[in-house]
Design a protein. Structure first.
Length: 127
C-alpha cells in the first residue's frame, strides 16, 4: 500500500534562503550549482517528503549542549505543541544542503534551507 501523500508548502523564509543561496553562488561564479539545487529539490527532496514526511531526523532529538540551547529547545517544544499535538520539526539532509521542515498533519512546511557549512537556523523568521 503506498504511503499517504502530503502537501508541501514553501514558507517565505525558505524562499528568502533560496534567493540568498542563488546570490552567493552567482557571486562565486557557480550558477550551475543553483540549477542543480533546484533540480534536487524538484526531483528528490519534495517527492521524498510528500511520500515519507518523517524521513528526516527529528530536530528536537539533538542533544542540548548548553543551558541556552536547552531553553530554546524547550520553547520550540511549547510552540510546536501549541500548533498541534502532531506538529514535528525535522531536518532533511540532501547532497550539500540541510532543510528544516515542520510536519503538521498532512502538510509539510519547508522552513529553511542552508548549505551544510552554515551554522544555524534563524527561528525568529520561520513562523
Amino acid at each position: 500500500m503506498p504511503a499517504e501523500q502530503h502537501v508541501i508548502k514553501f514558507t517565505s523564509n525558505f524562499e528568502r534562503n533560496l534567493d540568498e543561496i542563488e546570490r552567493f553562488l552567482e557571486d562565486n561564479e557557480a550558477t550551475h550549482a543553483f540549477d542543480l539545487l533546484l533540480e534536487e529539490l524538484t526531483d528528490a527532496v519534495v517527492p521524498n517528503l510528500e511520500r515519507f514526511p518523517r524521513i528526516g531526523r527529528a530536530f528536537l532529538d539533538r542533544p542540548a549542549l548548553s543551558l541556552e540551547a536547552q531553553n530554546r529547545i524547550e520553547r520550540l517544544r511549547v510552540q510546536l505543541h501549541d500548533i498541534g499535538d502532531d506538529a514535528e520539526l525535522r531536518e532533511y539532509i540532501s547532497t550539500h544542503y540541510l532543510v528544516l521542515y515542520a510536519v503538521i498533519g498532512t502538510t509539510i512546511y519547508l522552513l529553511s534551507i542552508r548549505h551544510h557549512r552554515q551554522l544555524s537556523f534563524d527561528f525568529a523568521y520561520l513562523w
